[in-house]
Design a protein around this ligand. Structure first.
Ligand code: IMP
Ligand code: MG
Length: 338
């Protein structure tokens, strides 16, 4: 058994969905696993020019990979049933392809109401904080606790599995797909402006993936950074950053909220790469910064500006050389390809 992991290195919305979709075309993969998060995530992908937003189901399913919703994921059954319907409408055999871990926790209406009424940090109102609170309070409801006939109303014939035994039995090559990003991790992020779970590569362990089975760790970043929530993140009245957000169409795929923009922070990226053990770095949306034609980043707490894109690329390669071979940095200029 082997696995590769895709992890977001910033505040989510780095383009992990595209990376997952591109990688899952590789025939070596036999399974795809979503290892964290829930309906708070939004992976926008394009299949034959049709825009599809997946929240809870791993993107690899689009390429026909058997796909698992992992143990640490939290599941909103009503929203999941909508996703299942949408994927069925494009001809996917979801009943056979999708598997859900028996011990994933269920988001209830009460969780969503609580999140809407009592949130202070700008959550996605998906019920993530209350469901994880109940999970750790040991009073949560899991998939296995829902009667079979009720479950069927939402997920049809989709199989409920124990991912630990399932993965061992199927002994293949697993593509593990993360949600959110390192800066939203409950321990590593700027608490309390975080999500209520872990968003780092090491978190694959609880779905039956042992650390020594991991081969590549694909870290995904954008060439600039964005954040959605109540923290002040974008400097006010910065015309370049306002334009950057427009060019990059930086609106949340789950809540449609405007994402705050800032320059790429190499200080943060280095920590993120180190802790996640990134072996291949993908830097997305380089086409957008080229279109803006303003080349800035933050390193050692200072804003550095370059005249040309090539200069900025070379600078990044040198600044990160302690963390990754320059040849393992992929600058991406396209929403469909790495
Ligand atoms: P929650 O996960 O809905 O509780 O939200 C906590 C924080 O994480 C908020 O600032 C959200 O905007 C942010 N967040 C959660 N999921 C995502 C995501 O998939 N992309 C970007 N931001 C997210
Ligand atoms: Mg997103």
């Amino acid at each position: 058994m082997k696995s590769d992991v895709i992890v977001g290195l910033q505040y989510g919305d780095e383009g992990k969905g595209k990376v997952s979709l591109c990688l899952s075309k590789d025939e070596k993969y036999t399974l795809c696993l979503r290892y964290n998060g829930g309906p708070n995530a939004g992976h926008t992908i394009y299949k034959d020019d049709k825009k599809i937003i997946l929240h809870q189901i791993p993107c690899g399913i689009i390429e026909g990979l058997t796909s698992i919703i992992g143990s640490a994921c939290v599941v909103d059954l009503e929203k999941l049933s909508i996703e299942i319907k949408e994927l069925k409408s494009i001809g996917l055999d979801i009943d056979n392809l999708l598997k859900i871990s028996f011990n994933a926790h269920i988001i209830t209406k009460e969780h969503i109401n609580d999140d809407k009424q009592n949130d202070t940090i700008g959550s996605t109102s998906s019920g993530i904080r209350p469901v994880n609170r109940d999970k750790y309070d040991r009073v949560g409801k899991r998939i296995i606790d829902i009667p079979k006939n009720e479950l069927e109303k939402y997920i049809g014939k989709v199989e409920i599995i124990n991912p630990v035994g399932y993965i061992e039995k199927n002994n293949g090559y697993i593509l593990c797909e993360g949600a959110q990003g390192f800066e939203l991790d409950i321990d590593y992020g700027n608490y309390p402006f975080v999500t209520s779970t872990h968003c780092c590569s090491g978190f694959v362990f609880n779905s039956g993936i042992a650390p020594n089975k991991i081969k590549e760790i694909y870290g995904v970043s954008k060439i600039y950074s964005t954040y959605v929530g109540n923290m002040n993140y974008q400097p006010e009245d910065d015309k370049e950053l306002i334009r950057l957000g427009e060019l990059g169409n930086e609106f949340g795929s789950t809540t449609s909220r405007k994402r705050q923009c800032n320059w790429l922070n190499l200080d943060k990226l280095k920590t993120s790469m180190y802790v996640n053990g990134v072996t291949i770095l993908i830097i997305n949306k380089c086409d957008i910064i080229k279109e803006l034609d303003v080349y800035k980043l933050i390193n050692n707490n200072e804003i550095i500006q370059f005249k040309f894109w090539s200069e900025m690329m070379d600078y990044i390669k040198v600044a990160l050389c302690k963390y990754i071979e320059p040849t393992n940095i992929k600058f991406s200029y396209n929403k469909d390809f790495i």
